[in-house]
Design a protein around this ligand. Structure first.
Ligand code: ATP
Length: 588
């Protein structure tokens, strides 16, 4: 397959922001792709080589790309650099440098998708002395064989700036339409994706086996399963009513969620957003083979920092000490953790995710060998609201955030946030609203003390139905001096010239960002708003919903992908709850 087909498809995709049109272009591209390349084309289209959880990125720096363009085009490096400075885009710089190059030296060899992928792959994996030189040469040779259009996309892909705005669900729609009989069969593909977090693997399964192929898709140890998430309710009686009069309630520990994959003595750990975090927890890696009975296991736990003298749980922030490249052994000594298991998804060939909660909990009790640091999360099963309240008190006394209620007969719903799990946190009971997690999409320059930096950020909630980010508030309080210093640096790589294709905003920000960084914000009220686009028309025609008096809590939620941010649907639910509270007479 020629790379040109892919580059031309990208060019078309760049011209639209409409999801339907994007999907159609993807369908056409996928149909032209031979089965052995389908996974690679899927990864490339999202600017990747492998699924995210592998952590492998092409990672070519702009500087290196500029040198490669200079070599391939025969132009002086400073000329290419100038073109780059003008647009801020290496792709455009390549296009400009190669555009007036004579045709004869181009097309010396037709570029294939396979060659492009293999070169990227080698570049991504080459390290050590001499690797820079190797990377520049490999790249220059790719560019040398590329048409200007191909070069534009080669370079954008390599430098991590492809940004076609194609979300996972758009790829699934397109695959369903191309190979599984239509979009109405997307749920089968979604299931396979939720079990593997690997769009390439799903693409391969559906391309080779059609709808049946994805229906037969199985869990593999080593591929993370997308986490099941919890809805929220405010009282024990609401929870019991929702769960058919009886449920289990477990402590909700405030730590880091991990998914443990054990294959004999080999242990891999994934975070809530499915990053490989094995290196943060060498202690767990060492302990797991002994603590989990069985050869092949996938289980979930919350790790919590521990005061080893008193055995008490410590706040979430203490775990940050584990996120480091160097000195991890000292951190393990100094900041010990307890691993609190709450679910089990797979044991020695048995897929447990379709089993009801009560059976999974029984299996968990058989598999986990408890000790001082390895525990099973405390749980009770009850039909009485007073019992839940009592258990909540116990949980809070022990330093937990609250409880998670679990429906006894529910399977593990990978990737879903439903009422089969419901969190009950103590804040819900106060008049203050719960915190929300929102995505930074824009910034406004500050005045005075904040001159030159950003004083205020434009935040958006995720609209899952349309796969868009819609604004709900501007936040300017709660930032420490350190935050004000740090934020521009963190956001710099995501700065873009225009509002992002997946962001819907009526407000004009001074700068725009790609939706990437999620922050936690506390707010005390939700109101109708003519200027925010979140939940537009859902309460009143022409009005969106906005958070009032928002305050940054100091917590960047880097354990959340932008699609894990609070949804516009949740904000509508919160708004309705708040109204109910105001309208109902308060008990005194
Ligand atoms: P929050 O913003 O409240 O941390 P979240 O959006 O990260 O929540 P939720 O689905 O709302 O995730 O809440 C479930 C989270 O609670 C899990 O991701 C997990 O990290 C944590 N947790 C702690 N104890 C439990 C438990 N017993 N069962 C399930 N999840 C638990």
């Amino acid at each position: 397959m020629q790379y040109q087909i892919v580059a031309q498809a990208y060019e078309q995709m760049g011209k639209t922001t409409k999801r339907l049109e994007l999907t159609q272009l993807l369908v056409e591209l996928f149909k032209q792709t031979p089965p052995e390349l389908i996974d690679k084309v899927v990864y490339l289209t999202q600017g990747k080589l492998y699924p995210d959880y592998t952590g492998i990125e092409i990672g070519v720096a702009d500087k290196l790309a500029i040198r490669a363009i200079a070599i391939a085009s025969g132009k002086p490096e400073n000329k290419v650099e100038q073109a780059y400075q003008k647009t801020g885009d290496v792709g455009e710089a390549a296009l400009e440098a190669l555009n007036n190059k004579t045709q004869t030296t181009l097309f010396s060899q037709t570029l294939t998708v396979q060659t492009v992928y293999d070169t990227f792959d080698k570049v991504a994996k080459t390290t050590g002395p001499g690797s820079l030189d190797y990377k520049i040469r490999s790249f220059a040779s790719l560019i040398n064989n590329a048409t200007p259009l191909e070069a534009k996309y080669l370079l954008r892909t390599a430098t991590g700036k492809l940004r076609l705005g194609i979300a996972d669900y758009t790829v699934l729609d397109a695959l369903a339409e191309a190979f599984a009989g239509g979009k109405e069969n997307r749920t089968a593909l979604e299931r396979a994706y939720n079990l593997s977090s690997d769009l390439g693997a799903v693409a391969k399964a559906v391309r080779e086996g059609g709808l049946q192929g994805v229906k037969n898709f199985k869990i593999t140890v080593g591929r993370p399963i997308r986490p099941m998430l919890a809805e929220r309710l405010e009282t024990a009686s609401e929870i019991l009513e929702k769960m058919g009069g009886k449920c289990a309630v477990e402590y909700k520990l405030d730590g880091e969620r991990i998914q443990i994959h054990k294959k004999d003595n080999n242990v891999t750990l994934f975070s809530r957003r499915l990053e490989n975090i094995t290196s943060h927890y060498p202690d767990i890696v060492k302990q797991s083979p002994k603590s989990l009975r069985g050869k092949k296991i996938i289980a979930e736990a919350e790790t919590v920092a521990l005061n080893i003298e008193t055995g008490e749980y410590l706040p979430f922030q203490e775990l940050m000490h584990r996120r480091r490249k160097y000195g991890i052994d000292e951190a393990v000594e100094k900041y010990p953790v307890a691993v609190n298991f709450f679910d089990i998804l797979y044991v020695d060939g048995e897929d447990l995710i379709s089993e009801p909660y009560r059976r999974r909990r029984q299996v968990l009790q058989k598999i986990v060998v408890e000790d001082e640091r390895i525990r099973i999360v405390p749980a009770i099963t009850t039909s009485k609201p007073e019992k839940i309240d009592e258990f909540m008190q116990e949980a809070i006394t022990e330093g937990c955030e609250g409880l998670v209620a679990k429906e006894l007969d529910s399977p593990y719903r990978a990737g879903a946030r439903e009422f089969a799990w419901v969190k009950l946190k103590r804040e819900y009971r106060s008049e203050l609203m719960d915190t929300v997690d929102l995505v930074i999409v824009g910034g406004f320059h500050g005045r005075g003390r904040r001159g030159g930096r950003f004083g205020t950020y434009l935040l958006a909630a995720y609209d899952k139905e349309s796969d868009m980010f819609r604004t709900v508030t501007k936040v300017g309080t709660g930032f420490s001096d350190e935050d004000l210093e740090k934020f521009p640096k963190t956001l710099h790589p995501y700065r873009i010239a225009h509002v992002h294709a997946r962001v819907d905003s009526k407000m004009q920000a001074d700068v725009w960002f790609e939706p990437k960084i999620v922050i936690e914000v506390a707010a005390s009220e939700i109101t109708l708003s003519p200027i925010h686009t979140g939940a537009l028309d859902s309460i009143r025609k022409g009005a969106g919903l906005a958070l009032r008096f928002p305050k940054f809590t100091g917590r960047i939620r880097d354990d959340k992908a932008p699609e894990d941010a609070t949804t516009t649907k949740e904000i509508v639910a919160m708004y309705r709850k708040q109204l109910k509270k105001i309208n109902e007479p308060q008990e005194s």
